[in-house]
Design a protein around this ligand. Structure first.
Ligand code: FE
Length: 339
């Protein structure tokens, strides 16, 4: 009898210890050491343990879906609004309710119904050989389809989500027909069949295989700051242009890294707190440092290498349009012959 009582007490103690252990379970498709340091700071500040599971974006979405109501996942972090949209479509997210997030993150970088929030920004701009392109600082995405760029454009394949999101943003602002016309002419201007990643396009501009390329800003930043001498040399030959900056220009196309709270989140309060933490100026500085992204909170400092890129105007389209228009963008690129 006595031993039963002891067993009961010890089980009760274990149970109490388990439930008082505050935690947040993060499924992340971002893989930067700086993110891990950031999570450690959060743990120290709040006493909430961060359990991190890393994986590919689609893999994590599938995992949450198969775990169903028993999923321990509180937060999904991923890159590209197109991927956040996939999570939205998989119906695994729930809206957050946080005035702090609404205040710190501009509306265009949040889902209209609060299903996810942007944490950092990436610009898909134009990398140019400044000696080969006149008035390159005035370039627009539309210009790249102009006959003057015949045989001079490099860009990676259309199965890449960054390109899909760029085209989706154009569908939103120009409409599908004008976008298709643009895409068709752009394909006619290709210097070569799409191949490689964004860095390969930048290298191609540096060696003169093309005069302009479409690439995310941080690939150039990492070539400038990295240890690879050939890449440093290539980066010094080119310049990053923020497109559509003119007075009536809509601004450069922006995509985000972002996060949402999962539908069956067992620790929703901690999850909200975690997201709020990631948008503080201090945390933002670390969150963006792993990949030289731009902060969503304007009060956060930007990386030194980005200061040389200068200021820019962003497209004000809500990034949720990038996911919504994704299927149409893919069809348009397909019909345009963008491999
Ligand atoms: Fe990338």
């Amino acid at each position: 009898m006595k031993s039963n009582l002891l067993l009961f007490i010890s089980l009760a103690m274990i149970f109490a210890a388990c439930t008082s252990q505050e935690e947040v379970n993060v499924y992340s498709a971002r893989h930067y050491d700086t993110d891990q340091e950031l999570y450690a700071d959060f743990e120290e500040e709040t006493g909430i343990t961060v359990n991190l599971i890393e994986g590919g974006s689609d893999e994590l979405i599938e995992r949450v879906r198969s775990e169903g109501v028993n999923s321990p996942a509180d937060i999904l972090i991923t890159v590209d609004a197109g991927r956040l949209w996939r999570a939205e479509e998989a119906d695994i997210l729930q809206p957050f309710d946080s005035e702090v997030l609404e205040e710190r993150v501009p509306a265009e970088f949040r889902h209209p119904d609060g299903l996810w929030v942007g944490l950092s920004k990436r610009v898909r701009g134009i990398v140019v050989n400044p000696d080969a392109v006149e008035n390159h600082e005035e370039l627009t995405y539309e210009d790249l389809a102009d006959p003057r760029f015949e045989g001079r454009v490099c860009v990676r394949s259309s199965n890449n989500i960054y390109n899909q999101s760029l085209v989706a943003s154009m569908v939103e602002t120009m409409g599908p027909e004008a976008t298709e016309e643009w895409a068709t002419k752009l394909v006619n201007n290709f210097a070569r069949e799409p191949q490689g990643g964004d860095r390969d396009q930048i290298r191609a501009v540096a060696v003169g295989a093309c005069d302009v390329a479409i690439a995310n800003h941080y690939y150039l930043a990492v070539m400038i700051t990295g240890d690879d001498e050939a890449d440093q040399e290539a980066a010094s030959q080119v310049e990053f242009v923020f497109p559509n900056q003119g007075e009536d220009g809509r601004g450069a196309h922006i995509n985000i890294s972002g996060a949402g709270i999962l539908k069956n989140s067992p620790n929703k309060e901690n999850a909200t707190r975690f997201l709020e933490y990631l948008t503080t100026p201090e945390a933002q500085k670390h969150f963006i440092s792993g990949n030289n992204e731009y902060p969503v909170n304007d009060e956060a400092e930007i990386a030194e290498v980005l200061q040389s890129f200068g200021d820019f105007k962003s497209d004000a389209v809500n990034v949720s349009a990038l996911g919504r228009n994704n299927p149409e963008a893919i069809q348009i690129m397909d019909r345009a012959g963008w491999k």
